[in-house]
Design a protein around this ligand. Structure first.
Ligand code: DAK
Length: 258
């Protein structure tokens, strides 16, 4: 495996992962997805990391799954080998938050990978799309499911059926991205957001992530019950006492993440 397909570093309590196949616009192949999974799991297990930023290059977050690798595949291969299902969804198993910092193209599997993150910060040059229809297939890593949940059925149908791209402004209006920042400030802004999150109590952060994600997986009543029980459980942490005591003492909390 080529280790440099994903570059990993830390800034304070923030882990930063950069997809690194710039000549192919970070087209996502098996080796890259393996490397990404390994790097994500290492950061999940690192007690000194509280939030992760996933980014690409200035020109592309990722222009999709690697078309050259897919072109020769046939039906029986992809069914029997469970085509790349093996290593695409590691990111969904993380309990720490992952922020996608997207500059340039986030297309096909690239858009799907960004949508698997907890939220997306877009550079003002970002372009999102699910262009698989143009190459004779459909989205294969959740695009037909996550896009309608993020931006409405009508807009998702438009994107998936025409294969057109959305710019950052349209993506923000539609609710796909949480904020737009100048391209040259993308990494800095994403790290600043991640630093804020990483300074919070980690058990609360993980609980909040889990509770918001429940909204997609359950009825309103079940989701609210899950939230209530999780909220109650956080009164078992030291950080709940510290957070509330610090507020009353008019000082910053010193969370111990326990
Ligand atoms: N795959 C392989 N190579 C790619 C690529 C891709 N997706 N996108 C770009 N490249 C390569 C180009 O071939 C070119 O390589 P060279 O010719 O230099 O060797 C290099 O990157 C630069 O690209 P361009 O010369 O095309 O650059 P431009 O600025 O002119 O155009 C572009 C940029 C992003 C508009 C264009 O490259 C483009 O249209 N790219 C393809 C976008 C696309 O169709 N993406 C969707 C792919 S299908 C699944 C999980 C995921 C998926 C499926 C299943 N499972 C878990 C089951 C996902 C499927 C897809 O994403």
């Amino acid at each position: 495996m080529q280790e440099d397909l994903v570059l990993a570093r830390k800034e304070g309590r923030v882990g930063i992962l950069q997809l690194n196949r710039p000549a192919q616009l970070n087209a996502l192949n098996d080796a890259l997805m393996d490397a990404l999974g390994i790097a994500l799991l290492a950061m999940e297990q690192d007690n000194d990391i509280g939030c992760i930023v996933l980014t690409g290059s200035a020109k592309a977050f990722a222009a999709g799954a690697d078309i050259a690798a897919m072109q020769p595949m046939n039906y029986i291969n992809v069914v029997r080998n469970n085509f790349i299902g093996r290593n695409w969804e590691t990111i969904l198993t993380l309990r720490k938050p992952v922020i996608a910092a997207v500059a340039g193209y986030a297309l096909g599997g690239g858009c799907e990978l960004a949508m698997m993150c907890d939220f997306i910060i877009a550079a003002d040059n970002a372009k999102f799309g699910q262009p698989e229809i143009k190459i004779g297939v459909i989205p294969g890593a959740g695009g037909t499911q996550r896009l309608p949940r993020a931006i409405s059925k009508s807009k998702a149908m438009d994107m998936v059926l025409t294969g057109r791209m959305m710019d950052a402004q349209e993506a923000e209006r539609a609710g796909l991205v949480s904020r737009i920042v100048p391209a040259d400030k993308l990494e800095q802004e994403a790290i600043e957001a991640a630093t804020i999150i990483a300074a919070m109590s980690l058990p609360s952060v993980m609980a909040a992530k889990e509770a918001v994600n429940r909204a997609y997986e359950s009825t309103l009543n079940e989701g609210v019950l899950f939230e209530r029980r999780t909220f109650h459980a956080l009164f078992g942490t030291l950080d709940q006492k510290e957070g509330m005591t610090a507020f009353l003492e008019k000082r910053k909390p010193d969370f111990k993440h326990e």
